[in-house]
Design a protein around this ligand. Structure first.
Ligand code: AMP
Length: 196
């Protein structure tokens, strides 16, 4: 199955994606993770992306589209994948359609996690606290300033992606404010109704 998971920062996309990976034998493709790995490795693309990411802005469409296109060709994607954090702009969504078509593939479903924005900052702060407690590094963009920018980027550039998929009848909306299990159930119900 090939799935897109949409939702603002802090909506719980990563958590739900991990569950889908386990239950549906597909891989999670998080462009945020890929870009952080490229930045940590100090690759030219990673270094270019790093400054933008630290400020909460969006990396160029060209960079992320190339990264995703290359990653989708890997053998572990053959059974399907869940795109987490991509597409984030309408041009990326169009590029995804084109790239999948060229590869003879098709998107099966787009799941949008709808959340109450007021609760998001608290979630991000919690994520940073949990990382500290677990002895892990806190994401450089999990702070109020960068978060405001990320939310702004979401409103301006990613919200239209949901309308784009809505127009073609591929969008399923779920309530992201419920418990992890309840959100998972909603996602499962939406995916089970899709014929692959
Ligand atoms: P995430 O882990 O999905 O929250 O992404 C972290 C950061 O990586 C974002 O704030 C952007 O700077 C960058 N990023 C991740 N995915 C994309 C994308 N599809 N398009 C542009 N920038 C992205």
């Amino acid at each position: 199955m090939k799935i897109v998971l949409l939702g603002p920062p802090g909506a719980g996309k990563g958590t739900q994606a991990l569950r889908l990976v386990e239950n549906r034998n597909i891989v999670q493709l998080s462009t945020g993770e890929m870009l952080r790995a490229a930045a940590a490795a100090g690759t030219p693309v990673g270094l270019r992306a790093k400054a933008v990411m630290d400020g909460g802005g969006l990396v160029s469409d060209e960079i992320v589209v190339d990264i995703v296109s290359e990653r989708i060709d890997a053998p572990d994607c053959a059974n399907g994948f869940i795109l987490d954090g991509f597409p984030r702009t309408v041009p990326q969504a169009r590029a995804l359609d084109t790239m999948l078509q060229q590869k003879g593939l098709r998107l099966d479903a787009v799941i949008e996690m709808v959340v109450d924005e007021a609760a998001l900052l608290a979630r991000i702060e919690n994520r940073a606290r949990e990382a500290v407690a677990a002895g892990k590094e806190v994401r450089r963009d999990d702070n109020p300033e960068a978060f405001k920018q990320r939310l702004e980027a979401y409103r301006a550039q990613t919200a239209p992606v949901s309308a784009f998929y809505g127009q073609s009848g591929r969008l399923h909306r779920v309530t992201g404010m419920l418990s992890i299990e309840a959100v998972a159930e909603e996602i499962d119900a939406a995916l089970d109704a899709v014929t692959v």
